[in-house]
Design a protein around this ligand. Sequence first.
Ligand code: UDP
Length: 330
Amino acid sequence: MKILVVGGAGYIGSHTVRQLIRAGHTPVVFDNLSSGHAEALPAEVPLVRGDLLDADAVRAALNAHQPDAVIHFAALIEVGESMRAPARYYRNNVVGSLNLLQAITETRKVPLVFSSTAAVYGTTDLVPIPENAAMQPESVYGETKLMTENMIHAFHTAHGLPYTVLRYFNVCGAAPEGDIGEAHAGKSHLIELAALTALGQREKMFIFGDDYPTPDGTCIRDYVHVQDLADAHVLAVEALLAGQRTEGTFNVGLGHGFSVKEVLDTVDDVIGTPLNRELAPRRAGDPPRLVADATRIREELGFKPQFTNLKDIVQTAWNWHKGHPHDFKQ
Ligand code: UDP
């Protein structure tokens, strides 16, 4: 089937393009390349360089390529930046998504898979977090994702748009081949920062708080490998195309978590030398535990993650960063 992958040149998008091809589909990418990379795409995949804020360009891409389904990744994703520049985030993420929804319903009315986030839940004491937990996003970023989820649901009700929303937990790792991986400007994620520290690009790792109510005192997160997440999109789009479902919202995670110390110990193990570590104050807004209740996606979409071992996950991230110390620039 032909799948339009909006934001397909980014980290998760490019891995999804690869898994779609492996599953026998034909992806076409629509991306403004603001943070994505054309180099992350196979040469045979058509790349339409366009912006969701240009409603005519979105409609033109749908008319030109006549996809059977759309997967929507395109968004600004930095929590801190979203608090400093809210207008940019609301415009890009909400207005951009609205343009896409309107274009889909006006032209092809094909199914949509949307890239959402556990940030829609905000700080919660629930462990693990089910999909029906209260949603109180604490950042503009999380709010733009929740607003888009609500818009999609309204388009489903009003126009019969079939959709699946995937709420990601902590996405990490890279393709086992080591040729694509995390490559965006705002580096803040634990595993990526540890890899860059190992490469000598940073002096040390800071542990943001070790007095949390967890077994070793550091925060616990549910780390889902990017290739497994990509497979979740393939499953979601195939279920929509088969008419097996017309709407649904799923957490995507392993269903269990690892602490910051466990992650850093694993990085030391993979790189074969201990990284410098320093204890730092807690980072504002970090809940002690964020772990997905992933029952629903396993039972309803047949999601079965391949990367469940932290060492394997970290190894793929390390292979990518070691081979591409400056992302795609070399
Ligand atoms: N973290 C840390 N040091 C770092 C980066 C992250 O201790 O240099 C911690 C962070 O406080 C959180 C966990 O690692 O508890 C995962 O953070 P990340 O930014 O990777 O993802 P988030 O959970 O914020 O989406």
